[in-house]
Structures are given as structure tokens and as C-alpha cells.
Design a binder for this molecule. Structure first.
Ligand SMILES: Cc1cc2nc3c(=O)[nH]c(=O)nc-3n(C[C@H](O)[C@H](O)[C@H](O)COP(=O)(O)OP(=O)(O)OC[C@H]3O[C@@H](n4cnc5c(N)ncnc54)[C@H](O)[C@@H]3O)c2cc1C
Ligand code: FES
Length: 303
């Protein structure tokens, strides 16, 4: 049965929403997080049972398409909590038990949402095997996405591995001038770069593009005209991006990851340290301004 609703707690930690979205008939809220206090799209007050309408393999990744015609348009950088409607849990150690956080990689005109999945454990394995005819439970869009670019700065997107997902939807909004620099471990993973327009690629083993780290491509760009960097990827990569941008005095927004149990501010499982104390990444992030961080820490995993 598709299109059903199940009562759940309100999304996004309860920031007061009061202004209509310019992009969708969805509630908006203003939060004091590190990304500059921009408005964001709030999730409907329940998780939604939605049909999977497509699955395609993209090298080492899977793109899962979910029909959500009635859902609000997510802001680039927002995510959803996903769980398969059937056979979720009951595997080894009863995992996956909790839903899994997943960035929205694209929203099509008919409301279909694309998610890029990398099978790293029981949750992503189950999600990645879903296909048309299956259903998912989706709560979202959640969190705070990328803040609007500063004037007179060119956008550089720096992605690592499955972290390229939120950069794909962001590049679509930013337009043709946004340069994408993407790093992967090998050519099979680099096939994921097809989600972005005219990307420059680096691979660890040199099997596609530049042999080396994506931060080497980024370093070469930061000496040019004034830029603003948007990055998502594994913590060591984000820490390198943070340090590089600080060194060059370039503003950066970092989409971080943390083990998330609820996704809407209730469990405090996703807290990360910032210069002004701990924040819940699911409501104050996942995108944080780089200057808010002393450094990018490595998070834990959900149950
Ligand atoms: C905001 C956000 C957006 C995300 N977007 C995507 C996405 O677009 N595509 C995608 O494939 N994955 C994404 N993830 C990561 C995904 O949620 C985790 O990889 C997933 O929860 C792992 O579950 P699992 O059961 O498959 O593996 P597990 O067995 O739970 O974990 C496998 C390995 O990944 C580590 N890990 C698990 N969860 C996290 C996490 N949240 N942060 C860092 N390390 C973790 C574990 O320590 C372990 O080493 C996102 C996470 C967050 C917080
Ligand atoms: S995941 Fe529960 S508070 Fe963030």
C-alpha cells in the first residue's frame, strides 16, 4: 500500500515556521544554526509511505527513485530518514532497526526524489536492493541545507564518494557556473560523477581523472578569482577542505555526517562539537559554516 501516512513527531526540531516557501507549498522555518539563519523547508508531521519508482546502478552506487508528488521540495543539502517498508530489521543483531539518513540528490518536476546509495552496512544494503514495486517510509525533508552564495564569488563544489549527492541538487540550483570537483577511490565509484554537470574527477588509484585527492584539485582552484566552497564527503576530506579554505580565507559550507537515530532533534545522538558548543547536526546542520568548527570530527554509527 503506497501513499499512506503514519503519525510521527514533527520534523526539524520544532523551529517555528511562519513564512511560505518560494518553491513549494511547504512550511518554512528560521533557525539560528551556523549556516547563516536562512529559511528552510520543514517536513510534514508524519513519515510517509511512498513507492519506489526506479532503481539504477551507477558504477559502485545505486540511485533509488521515490515518488513523492505531494511532498515539499527539499532545499539542497537537506536529507530524509529512509527505511524499507518491508523487511527492515530482523537481520544480524536485528539491524537495521533505525531509519537511515540520506541526502536528496535530485528532485524531478513530478516530485520524484533521487537518492544516491552506497552499500556500507545493513541499512544501505536493504535500501539499495529496493526496486519499483517496493515502498519506503520517508521522513523529510530534514535539516538545514546550503545557504545562498555570497555575491561576487564563484561556487566550487567539492565532493567525496557518496557525499557528492547533495552537491548534485545544489549544482542544479546554482546553475552552469558552479564548478564540481569530485573525488572517489576508483573508476567504479567515479561513475557516480554522472550525477553532476562537467565534473573534474580525482581518484585515489588514478583509474579515472587526476590521480590523487580531490583537495589537490581544490587547492589549485583557490588561488584564482574569489570563491565560495560547498563540500560534502568523508570527515578527513572535509577537515582538509576546512583547513585549506581557512588558509586561503575562502568561505566554506560543509555538509557533515553523524550517526542519526531520529533525524528531528529528539535523541541528541547526532551532536557535533562547534566553537560555540555542541549542536544537533540533524536540525542545526547537516550543513555548517566552516568557521563554526575547530575541526571536523569523526562521528559514530546508528543502531
Ligand atoms: C545527513 C546525512 C546524509 C547522508 N546521506 C547519504 C547518502 O546520500 N547516501 C548514502 O549512502 N549514505 C548517506 N549517509 C550515510 C548513511 O546514513 C550511513 O552510511 C548509514 O546510516 C549506514 O547504515 P548501514 O546500516 O548501511 O551501515 P552501518 O553498519 O550502520 O555503518 C557502516 C559504516 O559506516 C559508518 N557510519 C554509519 N553511519 C554513519 C554516519 N551517519 N556518519 C558516518 N559514518 C557512519 C559506521 O561507523 C560503519 O563503519 C548520510 C548520513 C547523514 C547523517
Ligand atoms: S538524530 Fe536525533 S537529535 Fe539528531
Amino acid at each position: 500500500m503506497s501513499g499512506g501516512y503514519e503519525t510521527a513527531r514533527a520534523g526539524n526540531g520544532g523551529w517555528p515556521g511562519d513564512r511560505p516557501s518560494p518553491t513549494a507549498a511547504a512550511p518554512r522555518a528560521v533557525s539560528p544554526g551556523a549556516g547563516g539563519g536562512d529559511e528552510r523547508t520543514l517536513a510534514p508531521l508524519a513519515r510517509r509511505r511512498l513507492p519506489v519508482v526506479g532503481r539504477r546502478e551507477l558504477g559502485a552506487y545505486v540511485v533509488l527513485s521515490v515518488a513523492d508528488p505531494g511532498g515539499p521540495a527539499p532545499d539542497p543539502g537537506q536529507f530524509a530518514m529512509l527505511a524499507a517498508a518491508e523487511r527492515w530489521g530482523g537481520g544480524a543483531d536485528e539491524r537495521p532497526f533505525l531509519p537511515r539518513a540520506c541526502s536528496v540528490a535530485r528532485r524531478h518536476g513530478d516530485g520524484t526524489l533521487d537518492f544516491l546509495l552506497e552499500d556500507v552496512g545493513p541499512g544501505t544494503e536493504r535500501l539499495a536492493e529496493l526496486d519499483a514495486g517496493d515502498d519506503v517510509w520517508l521522513l523529510g525533508p530534514l535539516g538545514r541545507g546550503f545557504a545562498a552564495p555570497r555575491a561576487e564569488r564563484r561556487a566550487i563544489l567539492a565532493g567525496g564518494g557518496v557525499g557528492i549527492a547533495p552537491l548534485a541538487i545544489w549544482q542544479e540550483v546554482l546553475g552552469p557556473g558552479a564548478l564540481a570537483l569530485l573525488g572517489f577511490r576508483d573508476a567504479a565509484h567515479a561513475e557516480g560523477a554522472a550525477l553532476l554537470r562537467e565534473p573534474r574527477i580525482a581518484t585515489d588509484d588514478g583509474s579515472a581523472g587526476h590521480r590523487g585527492l580531490v583537495t589537490e584539485l581544490l587547492a589549485a582552484e583557490l588561488g584564482g578569482p574569489p570563491a565560495e566552497v560547498y563540500a560534502c564527503g568523508p570527515p578527513p576530506m572535509l577537515e582538509a577542505v576546512r583547513a585549506l579554505c581557512a588558509e586561503h580565507d575562502v568561505p566554506a559550507q560543509l555538509a557533515l555526517e553523524s550517526g542519526m537515530a531520529c533525524g528531528f532533534g529528539a535523541c541528541f545522538g547526532c551532536v557535533v562539537p562547534t566553537r560555540s558548543g555542541y549542536v544537533r547536526l540533524c536540525v542545526d546542520g547537516p550543513v555548517l559554516d566552516a568557521t563554526a568548527l575547530e575541526r571536523v570530527e569523526h562521528p559514530g554509527a546508528p543502531a
